[in-house]
Design a protein around this ligand. Sequence first.
Ligand code: HAM
Length: 414
Amino acid sequence: MPPRGTRDILPDEARARWAVVDAARGVFAAYAYGQIMTPTFEETEVFVRGVGVSTDIVRKEMYTFEDAGGRSLTLRPEGTAPVVRAFVEHGMHKLALPVKLWYLAPMFRYEAPQAGRYREHTQLGIEAIGSEDPLLDAEAITVLWDIYRRLGVPEVSLRIGSMGDPESRGAYREELVAHLSRHEGDLTPEERERLHDNPLRLFDSKEPRVRAIMAEAPMLLDRLGDAAQAHHDRVRAALDTLGIPYEEDPTLVRGFDYYTRTVFEFTCGLLGAQSAVGGGGRYDRLVEELGGPPTPGIGFGAGVERILLALEAGGVAPPEARLDCYLAVPDEELKLRLLPLLHELRERGLSCESDLRGRSLKAMLRHAAGLGARHTVIVGPREHGEGTATVRDMESGEQRTVPLEAATLAEALA
Ligand code: HAM
């Protein structure tokens, strides 16, 4: 068994994952994002400073270890802080802004495993750094929307909110703490701790007792400063213009300290408790926090496993990699002579399989059907003598005779 909360990925799922990644890559290309790859582990400080000490991730979910040189390192729990670290490190603020980056990477979080929640999961994400234009927020949301659409992810809904500017948030935080303090007697010691270090996170509580208190709490979305309000209105206007449906959610808080202004999350109505298929937001202070010049940014992360679960729940098959041809040659000597033909079909880009276990012709046909081959190409001594092959369409059962020659065969199989 692999460690709890981690999984082996077998070929069928791997195929489906690549279909998801390929669709996303097509969308990233359409919006001119370039790929970035950062190391699987970082100095722990990157996440402590980037993600924030009061977050669950930093407090209790990181896989942190000391290497033989005594450095504290952490397996990447999320993608934004490392990408921003790389942005600063490589002086990317000198490039044409915004710099648009996408990534595909495994993330590691020590969370309680359950359906759709793993200790190692994979995220597809983007970070667009160097512009505070609200149209960039709308673009980031649209990129993710397009990925779901291209894949046919069912029952996806979008919620958006705003964390306000750090300036307006200060005054709001005091108001919220004052409200919560009036109910301090109804809170557990852990919730009371939350009240002081990260009161907004209490909006995330599933406890009916806490939800009742939060239902009466003041909302940040009602307390935005003028600039944050104007920004939020423009993001909404862009989504309206594009016809992307969303719901405004004043209680949307996401588990990172770096967010400012826009936050958003996509959920799939067919998934259970872990229904978030992607989320993100703006982080206008993070570049500075990690040692760069003041530079705003926005991005999202989307869980590949969650997208696959959503597709499965909706009975939507991800575009399959198909097996074009099964070459059935019931003669060992002929098999050797036909190796160049098999090789050439593969070189022409056709996906081909053949028998490598000395099966009978009947067993080969069963094998081909089991693999889901679209065609079986049968070449026995008789066909070979005549310079032909029998091509059987595996779905209709129809057979036809085709010259035994790679170019013609490839055409018949395409
Ligand atoms: P996040 O919401 O923590 O955001 O994760 C993004 C997505 O990753 C989630 O919506 C979910 O689909 C998936 N995910 C998260 N945790 C797990 C898990 N334990 N098992 C399976 N899937 C999971 C971030 O990580 C931010 N860095 C996103 C961002 C980018 N914000 C700005 N830029």
